[in-house]
Design a protein. Structure first.
Length: 460
């Protein structure tokens, strides 16, 4: 099997494959996903080296991401083989005339997947959207990210061979890059979403990109769902008891600084806003965190454009930016709660954060004033009754605003497990009830059908 290089070829082939691949039993889909994982693992050294040249990310980070990606492929395969993705709903004799009603789940059809730049494996060509769509029984047409053209094409070659080796029909896996439509990735993206063969979309990226795809999907004669994860500022709320002594302040300052600068701050779960108590301890934590962040030299970023955007933000805040073209100088802006407005509330990709000094009694109101988030975090002293009471008051606001609430940790680690929810209210995502990480991601690409009185032996 060779991947297709034009939009019509890839989409039409996916449409032709949908019926056959969608009828595969779950065990065959599991074997295909395992074969994909094995193929990526076998090429690990080559892929990590190639990714390093195109992303600037460290070998350790990339190697760990390959492990996460292949584990995700196998987990999703095992999940569907066990039937854990299915509705399992039945109502014997419930319908008019005493007919049985039971639900079956069917694949939506070909899914357009948009690879992200900041996770070239876990959210890239072989990432969660590809894995969950294939697990659901849907062919995929993956658009590689223009920031990693060689890596994307090489992974596509590997997956194409693995999918063919598993016996899947031609078109089960399709790949497109920026060269597929006159070198214009934006034009290609819109045309892919608007192609009549495509029945759903998986996207991780900017708000502007996600909204453009949503608008294109809604304007089709047959609108289709777009599952877009578009980022957030992931607020962290530090309670007084957690930083009452110097050792605790040093611990949390180092932890927060590491979360802000890790992977050059190019994570959708980076803590972009940290609320600290308006007190001597809070000020000390803010100063130490800012100093630890600023002590780092410029860090290579994924693209020149991302580095330039980071420099513009830094120059706006500090009046100076890094000299290197594709690097970002880490920094922290410190403000009071009354100044928390405008750009300070926006996501800024790169190694920077905003530290906000506020009365902890204001935390719930500040949380309520924010837009939807992927995550929200509470840092507290477990043994402090006052911290626990403050957290009890704050939690309802965070649950209302975020898809994941973190206690005494940082939000940058997203575990690929059944209970994970990587999503959140608008504008963090386009579908707050869905997740792009964890086994529940598979259900984005299937739809339930109620069968009323239909003999079970007639259903394949």
């Amino acid at each position: 099997m060779t991947y297709h290089t034009t939009l019509d070829q890839a989409a039409d082939a996916a449409a032709s494959a949908a019926g056959v691949y969608g009828s595969w039993n779950a065990e065959r889909r599991r074997d295909l996903l395992h074969a994909c994982a094995d193929a990526v693992d076998a090429a690990r050294a080559e892929l990590v080296a190639l990714a390093g040249t195109e992303t600037g990310l460290t070998e350790a980070r990339l190697d760990g991401e390959v492990t996460r990606t292949t584990g995700q492929l196998r987990l999703y395969g095992d999940h569907v083989a066990a039937g854990r993705h299915l509705s399992h709903r039945s109502s014997p004799g419930a319908a008019l005339g005493g007919a049985d009603v039971y639900t079956v789940d069917v694949p939506l059809g070909p899914v357009a997947v948009f690879a992200a730049s900041n996770f070239p494996f876990a959210f890239g060509v072989p990432g969660g959207d590809t894995a969950s769509a294939l697990a659901a029984g849907c062919p995929v047409v993956v658009k590689g990210h223009p920031a990693q053209p060689r890596l994307s094409r090489r992974i596509a070659e590997i997956l194409s061979a693995a999918v063919a080796g598993a016996g899947a029909p031609e078109g089960t896996f399709g790949f497109l890059d920026a060269e597929s439509t006159d070198g214009d990735p934006n034009k290609l993206s819109i045309e892919l979403v608007q192609h009549p063969a495509i029945k759903a979309v998986g996207f991780t990226g900017s708000f502007g990109g996600g909204r453009a795809l949503m608008d294109a999907a809604a304007a089709r004669p047959e609108p289709i769902p777009v599952y877009a994860e578009m980022g957030s500022v992931n607020p962290v709320f530090v309670l007084p008891g957690a930083i009452a002594d110097q050792a605790a302040r040093e611990k949390w300052a180092a932890t927060l600084a590491g979360a802000v600068t890790g992977s050059a701050g190019q994570l959708c779960t980076k803590p972009g806003v940290v609320f600290v108590p308006e007190s001597a301890d809070g000020e000390a934590l803010g100063d130490l965190t800012g100093a630890l962040i600023g002590d780092n030299g410029p860090i290579p970023m994924l693209t020149d454009g991302m580095a330039a955007a980071h420099r513009r933000w830094q120059e706006q805040i500090t009046g100076a930016g890094a000299d290197a073209e594709r690097a970002g100088k880490p920094f922290a802006a410190q403000i009071s709660a009354k100044d928390f407005a405008g750009d300070y509330r926006e996501e800024h990709f790169g190694p920077a954060t905003v530290i906000v000094r506020a009365d902890p009694a204001e935390y719930p109101a500040l949380a309520d004033s924010m837009e939807g988030q992927l995550t929200a975090t509470i840092i507290a002293d477990d043994a402090s009754d006052s911290d626990r009471e403050a957290a009890r008051t704050l939690l309802p606001s965070l649950v209302a605003k975020a898809g994941r609430v973190v206690w005494n940790s940082v939000p940058t680690g997203v575990a690929v497990v059944e209970a994970m929810q990587h999503g959140g209210p608008w504008p963090a995502t386009s579908a707050s009830w869905s997740t792009s990480v964890g086994t529940e991601a598979i259900r984005r690409f299937i739809r339930p059908v109620a069968l009323q009185g239909v003999p079970a032996d007639l259903v394949g």
